[in-house]
Design a protein around this ligand. Structure first.
Ligand SMILES: Cc1cc2nc3c(=O)[nH]c(=O)nc-3n(C[C@H](O)[C@H](O)[C@H](O)COP(=O)(O)O)c2cc1C
Length: 369
């Protein structure tokens, strides 16, 4: 069915196609959708903190920035949805065009720049709505705050995160601090360990004051080099954070076959999808060597097939997130992945997929070690 719909969606510019999908979520009855796309098996159930998930595949941040589509995405088979990035103040994002398809590489380049309706509006929405699908909230710093709010004093980036954290901590199954926003001028500041150290300390203190027991994760860039990555992980562990979302998009273009003039034509932005997978996997592998199994890894970046997902599982990811794969493979993609993962567990006599997290034998079989 998606093979019929995809040419039409791909004929539209990417942001219009996204809006069309969003509207279809309001029209298509959830029960009909679920009956076509859902797949359930006890072999795939798991927990994030105290929240039970039907399966470990989540929608990555950026698709449902304001939490408008949580149950629709649950209807597509996702076990959880990460909303956001939400920033303290509303944000328009960068000028269009800012989202590009690279079909030959099954990748996207985006420089959206965190458009979202801001923490107050999102908190209000979540307060008035009860969702059946578990969700997490991804928090980032308001970009170009001084430019978009010239009359207000410049926000310290840390205050900005703390404000959103305080407004949204009561909602959802987990929270994520997004340190890696390659498409905003301030977006990478917190990737410097010194700057992150202050943020981490203050968020940890606020978390304690507010009594937040749900998991708080850190989302990192695939471009963070080993010394800074090591320091960032050390700081996160010292401040009691619960794990990592690995990874955000990459500023590099090493994973794509585009010619340099095509790269120049598109301009800057974060690359996602197939062209990101290797970089993302390398980051998972490195971080897994620095942590123990008390911390959780959400593997995100270039999952376009069940083998891609199992690669991340074998490397040490307990949960998985997808954005670009959904754009290229369509609404039955999640059901397909779940069916294959379940069959794989059954064949190996595994009662729950979590027995395979970080399984070296599996990694060797898939060829990742
Ligand atoms: C259009 C677009 C917008 C995104 N916006 C955000 C965002 O607001 N916050 C965030 O943490 N990640 C954002 N991401 C990154 C995704 O959450 C994910 O980390 C990345 O796309 C890699 O996964 P994928 O290869 O499955 O797409 C965005 C990705 C895309 C393609």
């Amino acid at each position: 069915m998606y093979s019929l719909l995809k040419p039409l969606l791909f004929w539209l510019d990417p942001e219009t196609a996204h809006t069309a999908v969003k509207w279809s979520g309001k029209i298509i009855p959830l029960t009909l959708l679920s009956s076509l796309t859902r797949f359930e098996s006890s072999r795939l159930s798991c927990q994030i903190g105290a929240t039970v998930l039907k399966n470990p595949i989540g929608l990555a941040a950026g698709f449902d920035k304001n939490g408008d589509m949580i149950d629709f995405m649950g209807g597509l088979g996702f076990g959880f949805v990460e909303i956001g990035s939400v920033t303290a103040h509303p944000c328009q994002g960068n000028p269009k065009p800012r989202l590009f398809r690279l079909p030959q590489d099954q990748s996207l380049v985006n420089r959206l720049g965190l458009p979202n309706s801001g923490s107050t509006a999102v908190a209000k929405k979540l307060f008035h709505r009860s969702c059946q699908t578990p969700f997490g909230i991804n928090i980032a710093q308001t970009p170009d705050f001084a430019l978009s709010h010239p009359k207000k004093e410049k926000s310290s980036g840390i205050d900005d995160y703390l404000e959103t954290f305080a407004k949204l901590h009561a909602y959802g199954a987990y929270l994520v601090l997004n340190l890696s926003c390659p498409n905003t001028s301030e977006g990478c500041a917190f990737e410097q360990p010194k700057v992150f150290s202050d943020l981490a300390r203050q968020v940890a203190a606020t978390r304690k004051t507010l009594g937040v027991t749900k998991p708080v994760l850190i989302k990192l860039s695939p471009d963070l080099k080993l010394p800074d990555l090591r320091k960032t992980v050390e700081i996160s562990l010292a401040q009691g954070f619960d794990g990592f979302v690995l990874t955000n998009t990459t500023s590099s273009r090493v994973g794509v076959r585009l010619r340099s003039h095509q790269i120049d034509q598109i301009g800057p932005g974060g690359l996602s999808g197939k062209g990101l997978a290797d970089l993302s996997n390398q980051q998972i592998q490195k971080v897994c060597e620095m942590i123990d199994d008390k911390q959780m890894i959400v593997g995100c970046g270039g999952i376009m097939s069940a083998t891609d997902l199992m690669t991340k599982l074998a490397l040490g990811a307990r949960y998985f997130q997808i954005y670009t794969g959904l754009v290229y493979q369509g609404p039955f993609f999640i059901k397909g992945l779940l069916t294959e993962l379940d069959a794989f567990c059954q064949k190996r006599g595994v009662k729950n997929y979590q027995e395979l997290v970080g399984n070296k034998e599996l990694a060797r079989e898939i060829g990742t070690l």
